[in-house]
Design a binder for this molecule. Structure first.
Ligand SMILES: Cc1cc2nc3c(=O)[nH]c(=O)nc-3n(C[C@H](O)[C@H](O)[C@H](O)COP(=O)(O)O)c2cc1C
Length: 239
């Protein structure tokens, strides 16, 4: 990227980013497995473009080599598994018909029916090598684990923002049944990976479809309730 092509303070650039951050919101859209959503022709292209750019998240440690076999061998500590609408519907049918016996009226099946795609984001834990690690190794293991999770969270938020910028409504779900070993197996996700989020990608809701917003969206409070400027009065008092 040619940095010099950016002015030092680009107001339109900042406004565009601020607007995407603020307009992003969680939206569950609930459909019906018997009449799946009609998705625009370019929907998959938009989802694919959002996925591509989401990978530009910061990360501190490379993924362990156990996660870097085969074609998905990147050093990044996250993996994305994208399901097209056809695959979402197949998954919904599997859930309702398999031993899992998920109700066709359950939120997850109704969202799979309304969405145009689903991105399952995982993070990649390091394997525990030693059953009795030293304290130093335990701390290092925990730090790497936390930072892998943080990095995968950053990549997931990138995905939400990149989708928002492309007029795709999103919803970050903890997964429920989607994090079961059966679903992982069905989607070809190794069981050495952990679910970071199941990101539903929705086209604009059809008017007849039920929509539910994030319940904590308006509970953030004012800036003073979660941020303060730090004042350091007397650094020598710590000595
Ligand atoms: C890690 C993570 C997991 C989430 N899982 C769920 C979930 O399982 N069910 C749900 O209703 N919302 C879930 N959410 C979405 C939150 O409810 C939502 O972000 C919150 O209400 C704020 O609303 P907003 O995203 O519109 O600002 C999750 C969000 C995050 C970051």
């Amino acid at each position: 990227m040619n940095i010099s092509s950016f002015p030092s303070v680009s107001q339109p650039f900042a406004s565009a980013i601020d607007s995407v951050i603020q307009t992003r919101k969680s939206l569950k859209i609930l459909g019906d497995l018997n009449s799946p959503a009609k998705i625009p022709d370019d929907f998959n292209t938009r989802v694919d473009a959002a996925i591509k750019v989401a990978n530009w998240a910061p990360f501190h440690y490379p993924a362990n080599m156990i996660h870097r076999q085969g074609t998905m061998n990147s050093v990044v500590p996250w993996r994305f598994y994208a399901l097209s609408q056809a695959m979402c519907l197949k998954l919904a049918h599997f859930l309702t018909q398999s031993d899992a016996k998920i109700d066709a009226n359950s939120t997850i099946v109704r969202m799979l029916s309304a969405c145009g795609g689903l991105v399952i984001v995982t993070w990649l834990p390091d394997p525990k090598k030693n059953p009795k690690p030293s304290k130093k190794k335990r701390i290092a293991f925990r730090i790497i684990r936390n930072e892998h999770i943080a990095a995968a969270g950053a990549a997931t938020q990138n995905l939400l923002l990149a989708a928002e910028a492309r007029d795709i409504q999103t919803y970050w779900s903890s997964g429920g049944v989607l994090q079961s070993s059966d679903c992982f197996k069905l989607c070809g996700i190794p069981n050495t990976q952990k679910l970071m989020g199941a990101i539903f990608m929705f086209p604009e809701p059809h008017t007849e479809m039920e929509t539910i917003s994030g319940k904590l969206r308006n509970k953030r409070g004012t800036k003073d309730s979660w941020m303060s400027w730090v004042t350091i009065n007397n650094p020598h008092s710590l000595a």
